[in-house]
Design a protein around this ligand. Sequence first.
Ligand SMILES: *Cc1c(COP(=O)(O)O)cnc(C)c1O
Length: 800
Amino acid sequence: MFSSVPEFKAAFVSKLEMAYGTTFEESTRREQFQTLGTMIREQVSTNWIKTNEMYRISGKKQVYYLSIEFLLGRLLRHNLINLGIEQIVSKGLGELGIELDKLEEFEADAGLGNGGLGRLAACFLDSLASLNLPGHGCGIRYKHGLFEQAIVDGYQVELPEQWLKHGHVWEVRKGDEAEEILFWGHVESSIENGRLVFRHVNPEIVTAVPYDMPVVGYHTKTVNTLRLWNAEPSKFTAHSDILKYKKDTEAICEFLYPDDTHDEGKILRLKQQYLLVSASLRAIIKSFKKKKRSIFELHEHTSIHINDTHPALAVPELMRILMDDEGLGWDEAWHLTVNTLSYTNHTTLSEALERWPERIFRPLLPRIYMIVEEINERFCRQLWDRHPGSWELIESMAILAHGEVRMAPLAIIGSHSINGVARLHTEILKEREMNNFYRVFPDRFNNKTNGITHRRWLMKANPKLAGLITDSIGPGWIKDTLQLEELLQFKESGAFLEEIGSIKQANKERLASRILEKTGIAVDPASIFDIQVKRLHAYKRQLLNVLHIMYLYNRIKEYPNYDMHPRTFIFGAKASPGYYFAKKVIKLINSVALKVNNDPVVNGRIKVVFLENYRVSLGEEIFPAADVSEQISTASKEASGTGNMKFMMNGALTVGTLDGANVEITELVGRENIFLFGLSAEEVLEFQRNGGYHAQEYYHYDRRIRTVVDQLINGFFPDTGNEFSEIYDSLLSYNDQYFVFRDFSSYAEIQEQVGKSYLDRAGWLKKSLVNIAKSGYFSSDRTIEEYAKDIWHTEPVIIK
Ligand SMILES: *Cc1c(COP(=O)(O)O)cnc(C)c1O
């Protein structure tokens, strides 16, 4: 690694000139970025090789985290920080007249995920490596990640994302480690040497080629691997229509599905899932066999984690490998499978539970289907023995029912551990959504509250705040984030609180200039920055936020002298392309923005901004600049949330419902340091069970609600015609299942309190400090330590 600025500069210039055949002076910024990235990856290679060697010889258990999404974002600065060479590189580049900040912008976000679930996978990779744990990611190398969002006339427009256009400096293609994946065809059985054996006949073969990326730990020599698979035509199949075969094959890894709640393009999606699982498991078993251990020790040397149900085919695929390739009997294979696999549940929304029609599943994956059938039969028989005659119960828990293959039961039955992602979520799983399974497998269920990597979301995103923390309590918090609590000693220090305040101010000014540059809207950095950024979904209730803004606007129009501290409402959200309602909410936010921002009567008291194309790199600019964090989902619907943690760690105060991890945030900071409102999860579930919610009543009895709801359809927004009639109907005619009206009044009240609290600057900063100080619990290092200890039973391997 470079130990001095001159050494770095010399290496950089020489590498650049060699690679591009140009003088340094004539090189472009992109060439400079590519050179720097390539240099860093090469520097990492020595430790990458060492790490893999140590893993082979140490015999320590390896963890594989299978995930259909990894929302990585940019890696340059993150890697520089973890390698401890950020200062040298930044200074060296500076002396050459290059700003690292500017160079960074040439790296495309690796956006191979939709939102929280994919970002969690990326945070986990960072924590695994930083904790010296032998844990690797397995995913798909989508040619196009999540679509790029543009806003045109207030509408979302989707453009194909192009992260690979200029190549990806961090990846290494491993053509020799490709795996052959079998689709279609049929299965023949025969008796050989007294054993029943199965052959997959006439399959369509697809070659899965791995692209490996190094995952660098913080100030350690550990370099783990993220392996992303790409589908390519195989040379082992003959085809009557070779062009069609090539096209079908390349389609598999073409796009990430832009929907985290329901499935489309079913065959393609199922192909993606099987490709990920089959290629990863084949490679994992090969790597295990290099250790020359008995296959019966597989579960002692290997943990395979299923991130949500998308990789749940790992259950039958591991069974297939153990039986068909390794020659084990059913019971032996089942014992190893269950003890190797573990599963995380991410949602209780029923529309998000994956199911595949048997008519698609069976022909596409004939051998896997047979195994699923057998697993299902054995499980149902076991249930029958426990509860003879309980047809309904058995039907509700079966893997195969009503012509469908259900992935959640498959994952639960085939794993030794099932975890929820926040305490409330796990309780709801155990007591309600998965209560049937909980009663059969009580020991399998456990909670692992999500976390975020503080190295990206605090050190990288907010270097000023990270610097202040280190200056005041030393650097120990970076390795042990609970030490952030030492900040509490400064609760009464006016000078310290002012420093927190001025860092926030600087971050707000930076975001304000970004907003001006992107949208042309001038926002006042002295106003309250009240921010809601996350995927757009009805349950997350961006609609509650925007209806409340309309109410504030109406109040100002009614009482033009109304005195309130100016507030800037900032939104960022992508809607799934087929999610009609969500797109209408985006349009509504933009219509409200147009109206409010241009009305002289408002006179700067409210501004509304929609930032297009919310993604990791934009998040890094947003979280540090927030005063208020909007976490307002209908209670019980948000499994955990991780955006809430990023805001908290950067000193924003939460306006939230008691949902997901907000519950744990509340316990940590105390009720006086968070703004809670609305129905509890219990109350929401009660409404759902027994009815009793009547949207019409709120409409009739609350004038504020009636006014804003009527404005959706009465021409209040010029030139929008019937644009918002579906929103109107969903709220009123269909008795809104997310209870927006029910929570409106308490939301308005708490927002009033937020405004008042902000006027007490010292009081506000004190709350902000408490939030930062208590956020250490939400480091993904804590989460990963819990997974390692309770689920994976693995230990650190120190690379010398
Ligand atoms: C953290 C994050 C999310 C998840 O946000 P929630 O508020 O928890 O839904 C989604 N997208 C991006 C880009 C993120 O960084």
